[in-house]
Design a protein. Structure first.
Length: 258
C-alpha cells in the first residue's frame, strides 16, 4: 500500500514546478473527529489517524523543498473541549514528538513552537522543550507547531510588549511600523506563509495566523485531515502555482492593456 502511495505521489509531482514550491506552507489540520465519527469510531481514533497524516506530510514537505511548515496543532479555543479529549491530544503530541524526534533530527528538521506553553503539563512541556533544544542548530525544514496558539492572543501579546518597550524608551511610538510589530510575533524568525491549506471543507481561519496570512493564497480541500496525503498536498501546490499573486495590485494583462 505504501509503495502504491509513493508511486502516486511521484506521478503527481509531474504536475507542479519543483522550482516554485511555496517557501512557507501553513496548514489548519481540521476534521479528525468527523473522520472518526463517519467510520463509527471514537474521536480519539481520528486524532491518532491525524498524527499519521502529519508524519507523512512533514516528510513530503522536506522532500519537495518546503523551507517552513506551520501546522495548527492546538488552539487557545481547544481548551473548551472535553477534558478527556484534551488529555488524549496532549498524550498524542508527546508521543509524536518523542517517537519522531530521531528521524526529524536526522533529516535536519528544526522544531519551533508558536504559542504559550505555560498551561501545558510539565511532561508535555519537557518533551517539547527537549525536541526544540536538540534540533535548534538544524538548517533544514523549519517545522512550526502552533500549540495553545491563537492569532488574536498573539497580537495582544505583541502590543503589550511594544507598549512595554515604548515605556522603557527602547522604542519611539511614532516610528512603529508593520515591520516593528512583526518582530514581536511568534513568527518573527520566518516569512509569512505563501500558501494556507485548510482541510475538511470549512471556510474560516479559526484564529490562525491572522496577521501573517494577509496575502497568503488559501486552498480549502474537502478531505478531513487523516485523509490528506502527499497527492493532496501536490494538488494544493498546483492550485497555488496557477494563481497570480498580486498583493493588492492588478493583473499583468490589465497593466498591458493600460
Amino acid at each position: 500500500m505504501q509503495n502504491r502511495e509513493n508511486s502516486m505521489s511521484e506521478n503527481a509531482l509531474r504536475n507542479i514546478d519543483l522550482n516554485k514550491v511555496p517557501k512557507h506552507i501553513a496548514i489548519i489540520m481540521d476534521g479528525n473527529g468527523r473522520w472518526a465519527q463517519m467510520r463509527g469510531m471514537p474521536r480519539t481514533m481520528g486524532h491518532r489517524a491525524g498524527v499519521e497524516a502529519l508524519k507523512r506530510i512533514v516528510k513530503f514537505c522536506h522532500k519537495i523543498g518546503v523551507k517552513y511548515l506551520t501546522v495548527y496543532a492546538f488552539s487557545t479555543e481547544n481548551w473548551k473541549r472535553p477534558q478527556s479529549e484534551i488529555g488524549i491530544l496532549m498524550s498524542l503530541l508527546k508521543e509524536y514528538v518523542r517517537k519522531q524526534l530521531d528521524e526529524l533530527h536526522t533529516n535536519n528538521v528544526r522544531i519551533e513552537i508558536l504559542g504559550d506553553l505555560s498551561p501545558l503539563s510539565a511532561d508535555v512541556k519537557e518533551a517539547i522543550y527537549y525536541a526544540c533544544e536538540r534540533t535548534k542548530n538544524n538548517s533544514g525544514l523549519v517545522f512550526n507547531l502552533a500549540l495553545n496558539y491563537g492569532g488574536r492572543a498573539e497580537l495582544v501579546n505583541a502590543v503589550k510588549q511594544i507598549v512595554d518597550d515604548v515605556q522603557k524608551g527602547k522604542l519611539i511610538c511614532s516610528e512603529i511600523t508593520e515591520n516593528t510589530l512583526e518582530k514581536y510575533l511568534f513568527t518573527k524568525n520566518c516569512p509569512d506563509p505563501e500558501l494556507l491549506i485548510r482541510t475538511s471543507g470549512e471556510m474560516r481561519l479559526s484564529n490562525f495566523l491572522l496577521w501573517q496570512v494577509a496575502y497568503s493564497e488559501i486552498v480549502v480541500v474537502p478531505e478531513c485531515w487523516p485523509d490528506f496525503n502527499e497527492n493532496s498536498l501536490v494538488e494544493a501546490v498546483r492550485i497555488f502555482q496557477n494563481r497570480e499573486r498580486r498583493f493588492g495590485g492588478i493583473k499583468k494583462v490589465e497593466q498591458t492593456n493600460d
